[in-house]
Write a protein that binds this ligand. Structure first.
Ligand code: SME
Length: 318
């Protein structure tokens, strides 16, 4: 492994630790800039944020720089428009290069993505020709992913969805939750329809989470702690197929992890395990008054006791 790769590997570890738990993107950009700039001694290191149809200067280290760059203009605008990292070995050879400083000889611009959309670019300038290559591209692309970590999703049916939502909201790393109806046979069901127990839908919590903070395995193991996995179509006092337990996934990577967890559960519970493991067929968000129900109605009914919520907090309080 080259020295540069080793340096990047160690920098990535420091960078991940540095921004862990921080939600403000400017703060993250600022410290990542400082880390990169100091570690590699670049000429200019910084971010431009995509706002409207231009890039606007963000946190940076180095000499003064231009503050606005149009979409498709310069190396930065090209990386944005072409949605890819642009490596420029010699800035003189790049048509339309914007020279903020005559000292800059080579450059790399890496897009920063938020849920797939480019929201900023990381721009690094060097005083030497040909400083950047595929190694820089590979590691800098990983570095920029730390700013807006990808969200993963999973769907848990755990009996009445009010308590299950309250539980998962308390778990560190969970970014969003919503309650709804999953894997039934009717389109856009209402609560009233699902209550008849004839729609095939299960009350379910859609959980979005940051995989760098909490893993699918951890979430699923927590899930098993709050349900009675042997109880078929019943959790607490709630009875019916709508109260069945199940884990519903959207991709094959998740399926592989979940199948392994379920195999372990089957060793413990045998064929009596009453929890489904299935691909998510459909999910319909429940009416607004069901969302965050127990926050709105602190004395509302819940088959999960206060100890369960304390348990969620102990796992990693937010
Ligand atoms: N050279 C860049 C402009 C930004 S400065 O390098 C800081 C470009 O052509 O987009």
């Amino acid at each position: 492994m080259s020295t540069k790769e080793e340096k990047f590997k160690s920098l990535l570890r420091s960078a991940a630790a540095l921004v862990a738990g921080e939600s403000d993107e400017i703060a993250k950009m600022a410290n990542l800039t400082a880390l990169l700039h100091q570690e590699f001694g670049f000429w200019w290191t910084g971010f431009y944020r995509a706002i409207g149809n231009e890039l606007i200067l963000g946190p940076f280290q180095g000499p003064l720089a231009c503050m606005h760059i149009g979409y498709g203009k310069g190396v930065c605008g090209t990386a944005w428009a072409e949605q890819r990292t642009v490596v420029v070995p010699d800035v003189e050879q790049f048509p339309g290069h914007i020279a903020c400083s005559s000292e800059s000889k080579s450059e790399i611009v890496v897009p920063v993505r938020k849920n797939g959309d480019i929201v900023a670019v990381l721009d690094i300038d060097s005083r030497e020709l040909g400083t950047f290559d595929d190694i820089d591209r590979c590691y800098l692309e990983q570095l920029t992913q730390l700013i807006y970590p990808t969200e993963n999703e999973i769907w848990f049916a755990a009996g009445c969805f009010w308590g299950a939502q309250k539980f998962f909201k308390l778990v560190k790393g969970v970014t969003r939750t919503e309650v709804g109806f999953a894997n039934g046979d009717t389109e856009n069901p209402t609560y009233k329809e699902v209550y008849t127990d004839t729609t095939g839908h299960a009350e379910c919590v859609h959980v979005a989470y940051r995989p760098d903070v909490v893993s699918l395995r951890e979430l699923t193991e927590l899930y098993f702690q709050i349900i009675d996995p042997l109880s078929l179509n019943r959790q607490g006092e709630d009875v019916g197929t709508r109260y069945r337990t199940g884990v519903y996934f959207k991709n094959e990577d998740d399926a592989t992890i979940l199948k392994e967890i379920f195999e372990h559960q089957r060793i413990t519970y045998g064929d009596n395990l009453a929890v489904e493991l299935l691909p998510l067929k459909c999910f319909y968000t429940a009416e607004e008054y069901h969302q965050d129900y127990l926050d709105k109605n602190p004395n509302g009914y819940c088959h999960l006791g206060p100890a369960v919520f304390e348990f969620a907090k102990r796992f990693g309080s937010k």
